[in-house]
Ligand binder design. Structure first.
Ligand code: GDP
Ligand code: GDP
Length: 465
């Protein structure tokens, strides 16, 4: 079994229904095993080619003396501690209830891997609830129908990278690639990270030879990882936990996903290609902040653009770092040229920081640190509803929305439904008629007026019915 998934949520949202669907006939009741009370059911799950253990936290309905909330909290915490990943389920038809919010709070505190699912998602009756789910602050919900088997593809897409990650940790799946375990590294790791602080997840991505390994070495401040221009050089990790102190000396716990390691170890060409694509993708999926590392000599190559675009579409905070700045002669001209290319080639990342660094000499690393922290901050930013609505009426006044086919679009109210990245919902008449250009106008305005450069901003138009 590669990993354990716990299905949590209040009674009646459909946990058991999903559990049964995932387990099918392979249900193994483990009620009387130590550590597992009758509240928790465990089974061997299968989803396409994934195999994992699933825990169902049903059984909450049984009456005991304890309050439902108290038991719910305990049970959920136990399930979270047993599991690698939590699927937090709400009922999309009912929308977000106060009890759901209690759950969300528990999950956020436990800093677990959480996948949010809005179940009973079949049909239009679930539309509003699915959007409401964003307000839980746990990211984009998967729209599921456990009963009808809908949305399982999305679930698979979310689980696959996690499955890979846990498989790597267990070193089950990668005998030929020979990646040393994270855990081994932790023994000799630089600074221990407090167990409660969730490290900031950073991915360093970029073309081969951009200098990813050199950069990470420099950050680590030692030569533990070997680098060099030759392929096949020894690397010993795919992710590293470190405390990286910036200019202000405050150490920030981070987990850095290094996409160079695995690829360099790959022996066969075919494997190499598969890994480099999948690896970058996976790193982006895990990351909160993605550092796209460019080689100053050959910046903004196809591959760089693809990965930067992917990071934007996945909603990650992005920092562009231009490496090997030490060998640039005409730095000023070059910088102007870089900024111009950036704007032209990656308009979707407008305002994202572009930092010049030398991984070799270490110049610019403080600025890179600051840019990562700032990007992360913006990514997490929450704008107060009152301020948003004042802003919205100003924007509408300055430039009213069009009236397609004589139908006036009224933008009534706006709220920030989520962070990481920031997502906003605008209640309006005829949401499907709002032109793309008008949405862009609002998004660009949000960026400027609320100082949110670089971060992907999501805007959802929603009708009132
Ligand atoms: P649990 O208490 O969270 O384990 O919820 P159950 O799995 O027992 O489901 C509660 C009720 O919701 C049952 O009547 C299910 O048939 C129903 N249900 C579960 N999933 C869906 C779904 O996707 N759509 C609809 N419409 N009903 C569902
Ligand atoms: P990776 O494939 O992205 O991990 O790249 P490496 O870290 O292995 O670096 C590739 C080559 O570029 C090595 O020869 C490094 O010494 C060199 N390199 C990396 N960073 C710099 C830098 O800032 N300046 C210079 N001059 N060379 C660098």
């Amino acid at each position: 079994m590669s990993f354990t998934l716990a299905i949590v949520g209040r009674p009646n949202v459909g946990k058991s229904t999903l559990f049964n669907r995932l387990v099918g006939k392979r249900l193994a009741l483990v009620d009387d095993q130590p550590g597992v009370t009758r509240d928790l059911r465990e089974g061997a799950a299968r989803l396409a080619d994934l195999r994992f253990t699933v825990i169902d936290t049903a059984g909450l309905e049984e009456a005991t003396d304890e309050s439902l909330q108290g038991r719910m909290r305990k049970l959920t915490e136990r399930a979270v501690d047993m599991a690698d990943v939590c699927l937090f389920m709400i009922d999309a038809r009912a929308g977000v209830t106060p009890t759901d919010e209690v759950f969300a709070e528990i999950l956020r505190k436990r800093s677990a891997h959480v996948i949010l699912a809005a179940n009973k998602g079949e049909g239009a009756a679930a539309d509003a609830g699915v959007i409401e789910a964003y307000s839980l602050g746990l990211g984009e919900p998967i729209r599921l129908s456990a009963e009808h088997g809908e949305g399982l593809n999305d679930l698979y897409t979310h689980l696959m990278p996690l499955a890979d990650k846990f498989a790597e940790r267990a070193a089950e799946d990668a005998p030929e690639i020979d990646v040393t375990l994270d855990e081994d590294l932790d023994d000799m790791d630089v600074v221990p990270v407090p167990t409660n602080a969730k490290p900031l997840q950073v991915a360093v991505v970029g073309r081969p030879n951009a200098g990813k390994s050199t950069l990470i070495n420099k950050i680590l401040g030692d030569e533990r990882l070997l680098t060099g221009p030759e392929a096949g050089i020894t690397r010993d990790a795919i992710s590293l936990r470190i405390d990286w102190a910036g200019d202000d000396g405050e150490p920030v716990p981070m987990r850095i996903f290094d996409t160079a390691g695995m690829r360099k170890k790959a022996k066969v060409q075919e494997k190499l290609e598969k890994l480099s694509v999948g690896d970058g993708l996976r790193a982006v999926k895990f990351a909160e902040v993605v550092v796209v590392l460019l080689d100053a000599a050959i910046p903004f190559e196809q591959q760089d653009l693809r990965i930067a675009d992917l990071a934007e579409r996945e909603g990650r905070a992005v920092v562009i770092a231009v490496n090997k700045w030490d060998i640039e002669d005409d730095k000023q001209d070059k910088l102007r040229e870089l900024k111009e290319s950036f704007e032209r080639l990656l308009p979707q990342l407008r305002g994202a920081p572009l930092i010049t660094v030398s991984a070799k000499t270490g110049r610019g690393l403080d600025r890179l640190h600051a840019a990562i922290m700032k990007a992360y901050d913006v990514w997490n930013r929450r704008v107060a509803t009152a301020a948003l609505n004042r802003w919205l009426s100003g924007m509408v006044e300055a430039h009213p929305p069009p009236a397609p086919q004589g139908k006036r679009i009224k933008l009534r109210y706006m709220t920030q439904a989520k962070t990481r990245p920031p997502g906003f919902v605008v209640m309006c008449s005829h949401p499907d008629k709002v032109p793309e250009s008008y949405s862009r106008y609002l998004v660009n305005g949000l960026r400027i007026d609320f100082d949110m450069p670089g971060t992907p901003i999501r805007l959802y138009m929603r009708g009132q019915n």
